[in-house]
Design a protein around this ligand. Sequence first.
Ligand SMILES: [Zn+2]
Length: 681
Amino acid sequence: MRSGFWNCVRASAAALAALALAVAPGLRAQDRAPRRIQVEKYVIQAELDPATHKLRARAQVQFIPGEDVLNATFELNNNLSPSKITDAAGQTVVAQRYQQDGTLRVGFDRPLPKERPATLTFEYDGTLAGGENQPVEGLKLAYVGDPVSYLLYAGRWFPVSTYQVDRFTAQLDITVPQGLRVIAPGRGEMKPAPAGKATWSFVYDRPGFPGSFAVVREQPQRFTESGLPVEVYFRGPEESQAQAYAEAAGKIVSFYASKFGPAPLTSMALVEIDAGSVNGYSAPGITFLSPRAIGNKLNYRLLSHELAHQWWRGMVSPASRADLWLDEGLAGYSEMLYVEELAGKAALEDVARDNEIAALTNDSVPVIRGASLEEFTPEYTSVVSKKGAMVMHMLRWVIGDEAFFNGLKQYAAAFAGKPAGTDDLRKIFEKTSGMNLEGFFIQWIESSGAPEFKADYTVFRVAPGKCQTLPPNKQKEGCFRIAGKIKQDMDTFRMPVEIRIDSDAPEPEIRRVDVAGTASDFSVETFGRPRKVTVDPENRVLKYNDKVRIQVAINRGQQSADAGEYEDALKEYQRALDINRNSSLAHFRIGEVFLAQANYQSAANAFREALNGDQEPRWTEVWAHINLGKIFDITGQRERAVNEYNQAVRTRDNTQEAQAEAQKYLKEPYRRERRPEVSEK
Ligand SMILES: [Zn+2]
C-alpha cells in the first residue's frame, strides 16, 4: 500500500522506477546569472494530428539580447526536430542539438547587438506519443493524441528560454481536425482553415506564461453559480465530478481573492488530461488535472494548490530560477490556508506535520538551489514546494497573522504581472512586521537542514516577595524559577521558539524564547512546581526529534523502494528501527520490500513484527494481515491465508479500501500477477 500524495508529482511507482532520481550537480549558470537573452513574444502556428500523434509547428521568437550574443540556447522537447531556423532577414542560421539536456544552441555569424530586438523563426515537427524523451523522462508533458492532446509549457513543445522565469506574450494559431476544440489562454477566435480542419487563434498580450493548451473532443459543461464562470472538460467516470470541481473552484478563487487580492482571472477551464502525465498543472485560466488526481471524491487539496498558481506563477513569478520556491512554496502554502479555511486549525497542523516530514526527507539541498533538482520528482517537491510552504508557515508564526496577511496582499499588489525575488518578498514582510528577517531567510531559504532542540534546566524555589515576574500580592507562598538553556547544533540559527512548562498549576506556562546560536538562556517563574519543559510544543519550527527522524527515514526508504533501490530502502528502514525497535510502520515497509523481492519468509516475519509493534499508524494492522494472507496464498497455504484475511476483516479498518481487498481474497485466492523482478544486487 502506498500512502502519501504529492501535488504536481506523478504518483505512479512504476513510472518513478523508470526515472533516475539523480541530483544535478548544482545550479546551472543561467539560474542566477543575468539572462543573456530575454524572450518577449512568441507567434506560433501549430498543427496537430491526434491520429498520428504528430505536431508540426512554426514558432517565431522575439527576444532582446541582454549583451552582445553570438549564440542563444533554447530548450525544445527531444521528440521534436527543427527542419529550418531563420533570422529576421530570412537567412538560415545553424543550430546544434544537445539531446542530453534537450537544448538547441543557435549560433550567429556576427553578434546580435545588446538591447536590439531580434527574431528567430523555428520550423519543427515530431511525434508526441508517449513518455519517452520528454523533458522529464517517462512523464508525458507534451502529448498529441486521443481523446485529449495537451501541450504544457513544461513539455517545451516550443523553443523555451529561461524556463519558468522569462515572462512572454503569445499569439497561438492551432490547427486541428474539424470537430475538435482547442482550450488555450487568452482571447480566442476562429480563423480560416483548409477543408476538414479548424484553426483556433488565441492572443495573450500581458507578459506571463501562456504556453500551454489542450485539444479535446467534448463540449464543456458550464457552471456559473459560484460567481466564477467555470468550463469543465472531464471524461468518462470523472464526468460526474464536474459540478463538484466547478463549485469548489469558484469557492477557492474567491477565498484566495479575499486573502491575496483580486483574482488574475475572469474564468477557469478545468481540463482532464490522462494518467501518464502530472497530477495537476496550471496555465493562465486553465487547470489541467489527471484522472488519477480527480479521483472519485473532490481532491480539494490538489485543486486549491493548482488554482493558487494563478496568483503565484501566473500573476507574480520568480525573478530567477533561484526563486522558484516563490511559485511552488506559495502555492503549497495557499493550499494549507485553504485546508485551514475548510477544515480548521487542527487540520492545518496535520498538513503542516506531513509537510514537515516531506520537507526534511530531502533536506540536504537548500531551497534556493531547488532548481538543481529535476522538476516533478519527489526531491524537487520536497525542497521547493513542501519546504517552501513550511517557510511561509513559520514566517506567519514569527511575524503574526496581521503582518503576514498584510504582507501577502502587498506582495501580490506590488508584483502583479511582474517577476519577484526572495529579497522582494522579505522586504515586504519586514515592512509589515517591523522585524529584521534576514536571519530567518538565510536559515530557511539559503541553508539546509533543521535544528534539534534540547532543554537543560534547573528548578529553584524562590522566597515570597523575591519572584521577579509575578505580582507581589500573589507571592505569599513564593514561587518556582526554572532557569536553563535551549540547545541546538546550528550555529547560525536564530528564531523565536516557544517553550511550554507543565507544572502542578492547572494551566501550563508558555513563553517565547529568542533562540540564537547553539545555547540560549531562558528563565521562567511559575507558582506550581515545574514538571516538564517542552521546546516548540505547537510544532512551529521545522525541526528534528526522534519521531520526525523515524518518519523521515521511512519516507526516504519509500522513495528508494519506489525507484527499485531496495538495498537503500532497507537501510533507511533499519535507521528507523534503530530509533524505535517497535515501529510497526518500519517493519511493515520492510515487509513490502521483501514481498517485492519474493523473499516470502522474511516478508512474513516483517509483517508479524509490524503486528507486534506499536501499531502506529493503525492501518499497519489490517494491511499486515492482508499481506500475510497473500504470502500464504502464494505459498499454497489457503487455510492460513483465509485466517489472515478474516483477521483483516475483524479490524474493521478500511484504510485504502482494505476491507474490499480482504473480501476479494476470501472469495478467491490471491495470485501473483507476474513473476517477481529479481533484484540485481
Ligand atoms: Zn505546484
